[in-house]
Design a protein around this ligand. Sequence first.
Ligand SMILES: Cc1ncc(COP(=O)(O)O)c(C=O)c1O
Length: 394
Amino acid sequence: MLNPRLSQLPAYPFERLRALLKGITPLAGLSPISMSVGEPRHPSPKVFLDALRAAEEEFSNYPTTQGGVELRGAIAAWLTRRFHLPTVDPETQVVPCSGTREALFSVAQALTGVPGKDLVLLPNPFYQIYEGAALWAGATPHYVPATEASGLLPDFAGLPEAILDRAALVYLCTPGNPTGRVMDREYLQQMIRLAHRHGFVLVSDECYSEIYPDENSPPCGLLEAAAAMGHGDYRGCLAMHSLSKRSNLPGARSGFVAGDATILAAYLRLRTYFGCTTPPPIQRAAAAAWGDEAHVRANRDEYRKKFARVLEELAPVLPVTAPDAGFYLWTRVPGGGEAFAQRVFERCNITVLPGSYLSRLVDGVHPGAEYVRMALVDSVEQCAEAARRIRSVV
Ligand SMILES: Cc1ncc(COP(=O)(O)O)c(C=O)c1O
């Protein structure tokens, strides 16, 4: 017998993409290019690898759930610098995680189950973990459209009071996957006021926050918005960050949750039971990576070049616009996302992700159906080549 909730978890987008493309043979002579998975392919930073090698003996120790003081200290220092925070207490306001995916999923189990608080609010389209997290926790996902009509941002503030009252938590994603939109300070502060008024927790997924076009205007974060309102205790706020995209380390499985100390204390207790810890050598290397910005700036330079080249190629044939931040192009395509994905696979040997796999049909609106998501994760030349091929078939 299996847990009946398992059958509620939808097939993951990449499984659906494989099924969509099954039986299609790409045109011969073209090397494959993947733009479907958001896996950064720039080299991992030397500062991380050197620290990892120096700490390899430490695999012989069990890591604690809370992680070592060196890593939490490096994270707190990074947060303070990056988001102009008054203080972040590494003892109580930072919890390392094995990449943000598991934390985004498991945090719902800590924040749901209160009578009358049966909803988890999430944007639509969305990173698929939010929905699975809500369903597995026994809550009901409530999808809030992020369409062109709402500037590609979810209008949580426009929801009826009765819905907001039933919310246990709200997932924010800024910069957004897949939309690339950034929630600015005013937006985040409005969400904080709503969270306090209606008694829900904000979980802000900020794993793309370090990939932005203008060195002088990094995206605002939830903790930054809270501190600027005088909420230095980050009440009701959790922000999640990761080395996966910032530092091209998706295989290191290293990120963190930071914010409200009361929530984190309870969440830490839950985490000791399911046991996602960060191996000691990875902790050392992660601490070094959070302490270095040179590799992150170099990374942004690469993405800038890619967006410039790809947008130049595609702008004449598709309604593409640069994202506020992140490495995705979220664009409307002729004939709808699935047909377009099949066509570029067959004619260009390129995989892109149909937008409908990242959104749900709610009240007759399927926000991603006309879109595809293209991840600019390959090299500048490969991304430019992909754009040339796509242009030639549109
Ligand atoms: C929006 C978003 N959040 C979180 C993650 C998870 O990243 P990680 O678990 O590597 O930190 C991803 C990965 O693609 C993502 O796109």
